[in-house]
Design a protein around this ligand. Sequence first.
Ligand SMILES: NC(=O)c1ccc[n+]([C@@H]2O[C@H](COP(=O)([O-])OP(=O)(O)OC[C@H]3O[C@@H](n4cnc5c(N)ncnc54)[C@H](OP(=O)(O)O)[C@@H]3O)[C@@H](O)[C@H]2O)c1
Length: 232
Amino acid sequence: MKTVLVTGANRGIGREVAAQLAGRGCHVFIGARNVAGGREAADAIVQGGGKATFLEIDIASEASVEKAAREFDKLTDRLDVLVNNAAIMMLGSDHRIFLITDEVLRTTFETNAIGPLRMVRAFLPMLSDSPEPRIINVSSGGGQLQRPTRKGWSPGYCVSKTALNGITVQLAHALPSFAVNSASPGWVKTRMGGPMAERTVQEGADTIVWLALDAPQSLTGKFVKDRQEIPW
Ligand SMILES: NC(=O)c1ccc[n+]([C@@H]2O[C@H](COP(=O)([O-])OP(=O)(O)OC[C@H]3O[C@@H](n4cnc5c(N)ncnc54)[C@H](OP(=O)(O)O)[C@@H]3O)[C@@H](O)[C@H]2O)c1
């Protein structure tokens, strides 16, 4: 049985990824800063016959991430897949690149870029015990530098995802026995994506679940959408 940890798994795409991975027989750790929501998501999986454990994690806090790693280490012997899903978009104050305050930019980077790297640092010993360790950084088409259309929305969020993509490439080089990839879920109906989005959470979760369990271990250092490599 593979052990996976999904951050931001109390709602949205993260919750769906956790449910699908549990449905595929994984022991899923529901990483969430929202204790009630995280417990409820874990309970829903257990009630459906899956294996899930809630783990309190605020990825924007080094102390919280380190505490979660210590807890996790007591509960299980290794981590096979880390899904860095949790992220924020500060919609009200992230409109134009030349108007974003340092504070908004710092807060966005703290969660969306430093948070995933902090998770890798804290959980690296447990990932290293896996025969096929995998890290999936949930990124966004907004972080794509070669993106032809729809530039300009939430630029602080977009550059935080570009930074996350850079972290994916660096990690893939630094950890050659790991599979480390960025995933783009597309525009998905969640609190972040809004009701007008094109995709269901099931569709948004598909490539992430594929990278977690089905993609070849040799696929690493890539940006992946709809199970296909896309340009950075
Ligand atoms: N929806 C889209 O159209 C879309 C498109 C491209 C990429 N993405 C990416 O897909 C991922 C999931 O997005 P989503 O649409 O499911 O968003 P969402 O519905 O807003 O959910 C975001 C999740 O991240 C959690 N989170 C945020 N900050 C956190 C922190 N510091 N510590 C722990 N958890 C934290 C939230 O927890 P709380 O409930 O506690 O706030 C929530 O569980 C994100 O990486 C996002 O950037 C989404």
